[in-house]
Write a protein that binds this ligand. Structure first.
Ligand SMILES: Cc1cc2nc3c(=O)[nH]c(=O)nc-3n(C[C@H](O)[C@H](O)[C@H](O)COP(=O)(O)OP(=O)(O)OC[C@H]3O[C@@H](n4cnc5c(N)ncnc54)[C@H](O)[C@@H]3O)c2cc1C
Length: 529
């Protein structure tokens, strides 16, 4: 046996460490070797040794509050959670048939979906590198299934491109790539890039463009069976005598530019949007429910926090019973406050002015998500679309197809809008019935089957969600520089946590990592006190 045989490969080394010392040690070793740097997660907190009888009040039972309650209880603290709503999870939420949702302004929507169908009004996708969230899913046995974003067969739609006709992603994306490859090849061949690219690299770049862009022998992007092998055929290949395929016709560069397909191509490049993504089987709220199985007995539901005070020795939080209106005060040694900044900024709280200012400094982006139930899966049956998104420049922004129960007959729910920005504000400004009508009118341009197959729908405009009033935090660079550290610094006996107190805003991972950091510092402070 040579020395080489005796030297373990990195993979063997990691596997040995993993077997002997568990996943946390393996993770730490991988980080040290330069792998897994895509997440700061190095394992769950290992807090222990809380002083006997020491108490913590956790405000808000979203994921930040739930993980705080779970880990602080394990560390030995006596925890009480105050939650505005009658359920755990916060934005980690799913709507099903029989649920009722009342938005700010008083409009009530009763969800009529068939059993098994649901809408995730908030979080819906989990990137593979959100390791903290994946850790707790594994620990609590939350079953995950793939969440598909990219579907070559879904549509790209611009109202002023291709006469308003939706195009298949694979057609316009292939054409965009092919035309760009041809143009770059031309620029190389007429010497435009001579001062930028060496002779040898020019040859290699030309070779790459020919393969990448499916160019012909003359370095032209033209209709052919080779190109149809990427963008699809007019007549698909078959078997036997009549099996020969017919190529499809490519679109012109100008038409493809009108489609702005690079927006979608760029979307899929995003680190947080890359494959593989997951969703919990049965609805996103499976995660909040899984946490609640461990800490539900600690949660006081329907308790709206209206004032937060502290002294040198403890905290006192006043809350209102949302049914009776009666107020009560809960006391503890410490407080982890996980209420979104939009709401917390309006609650009188005894903290320093810099922390208060930080709550006003972070913006929130509102979105409008809509679940539409149809009699059948026409997107699968008629159009061979299984999961993924179709994009449009209309306010709805996209249509997303369900990633569960493929091929099932009977009613199914798709996401009819994920509107943000101006489109989101427009839709949020409407009453639910008018909003639904606008969403159907926009969607039927992409799927003419809409009206005939539609059964019912429900929409959630996040600017109108009573316990959130915003959607997700969006820090500007300037605000982050000026205010972020003031938000996350512990003030006396109070520490803030939640997705807004993280660099992963708008993701559940941000809520968890923020909370773990906050309770770790709280524990240190408590041990020192
Ligand atoms: C439209 C949308 C899409 C999203 N998509 C994704 C996604 O695909 N993937 C992903 O990972 N994340 C996504 N997110 C982000 C994710 O939902 C959040 O980052 C995360 O759930 C926030 O958790 P949190 O605990 O910080 O806050 P929340 O979940 O908001 O928890 C705060 C809790 O405080 C309670 N509360 C509010 N006011 C009071 C009060 N006065 N008294 C007592 N309690 C109060 C609320 O009821 C709530 O339960 C999305 C969010 C939205 C809105």
């Amino acid at each position: 046996m040579s020395m080489k045989d005796l030297t373990p490969t990195r993979r063997q080394l990691l596997s040995a460490i993993g077997t002997s010392a568990g996943s946390v040690a393996a993770m730490q070793a991988m980080v040290a070797l330069g792998h897994a740097a895509e997440s700061q997660f190095t394992g769950p907190p290992t807090l222990s040794g809380a002083r006997k009888g020491e108490t913590v009040l956790v405000l808000g039972a979203g994921l930040a509050g739930l993980v705080a309650a779970y880990e602080l209880t394990k560390a030995g603290y006596k925890v009480q959670v105050l939650e505005f709503q009658g359920r755990p999870g916060g934005r980690n939420w799913s709507l099903r048939g029989g649920d009722t949702y009342t938005e700010v302004g008083g409009a009530v929507q009763k969800v009529q979906f068939q059993p098994g169908n649901y809408l995730n009004p908030g979080p819906w996708r989990i990137p593979h590198h959100h390791k903290t969230l994946l850790h707790y899913c594994r620990e609590f046995g939350v079953a995950l299934e793939p969440f598909i974003q990219m579907n070559h067969n879904s549509y790209v739609h611009q109202t002023d491109a291709f006469d308003g006709k939706p195009m298949r992603y694979k057609e316009v994306a292939t054409d965009f790539k092919g035309h760009v490859a041809e143009l770059l090849s031309k620029a190389i061949n007429v010497g435009s890039l001579d001062d930028k690219v060496s002779g040898e690299d020019k040859e290699r770049l030309l070779e790459a463009m020919r393969a990448w862009g499916a160019l012909d022998k003359d370095m032209a992007y033209a209709s052919s069976l080779k190109v149809s092998g990427q963008r699809g055929y007019d007549r698909a290949p078959g078997g036997g005598v009549e099996g020969a395929p017919t190529p499809s016709q490519i679109s012109s560069l100008s038409d493809v530019l009108d489609s702005k397909v690079w927006n979608q191509m760029g979307f899929f490049f995003n680190y947080v949007m890359q494959t593989t993504m997951f969703q919990p089987v049965g609805g996103m709220d499976m995660i909040g429910k899984a946490f609640a199985r461990h800490v539900d007995h600690l949660i006081t539901y329907n308790a709206k926090v209206v004032q937060i005070d502290q002294s040198a020795t403890g905290v006192a939080v006043t809350y209102q019973d949302t049914a009776s209106g009666a107020t009560a005060t809960a006391k503890a040694d410490w407080c982890v406050c996980c209420i979104p900044a939009t709401i917390l900024g309006q609650i009188p709280m005894q903290v320093n002015d810099a922390m208060k200012a930080s709550l006003k400094a972070v913006n929130y982006s509102a979105s409008v998500k809509t679940g539409l139930e149809f009699k059948r899966r026409f997107w699968e049956e008629d159009e061979s679309i299984y999961g993924g998104h179709s994009f449009t420049n209309q306010p709805i922004s996209l249509i997303s197809y369900p990633n569960y129960h493929y091929f099932k007959s009977g009613p199914a729910v798709l996401l009819g809008s994920n509107a943000g920005g101006l489109g989101g504000s427009l839709l949020a400004g409407m009453e639910p019935a008018a909003r639904l009508e606008a969403i159907l009118a926009q969607g039927e341009i992409i799927h003419p089957q809409y009206r005939q197959e539609f059964m019912n729908g429900v929409s959630v405009a996040w600017a109108r969600v009573p316990w959130n009033m915003g959607g997700n935090s969006r820090w500007s660079d300037d605000a982050r520089k000026q205010h972020y550290q003031n938000m996350v610094a512990m003030d006396g006996r109070i520490v803030l946590a939640g997705e807004h107190a993280s660099y992963i805003g708008g993701w559940m991972e941000g809520a968890l990592t923020s909370s773990i950091d906050a309770i770790t510092r709280l524990h240190q402070r408590a041990q020192e006190a």
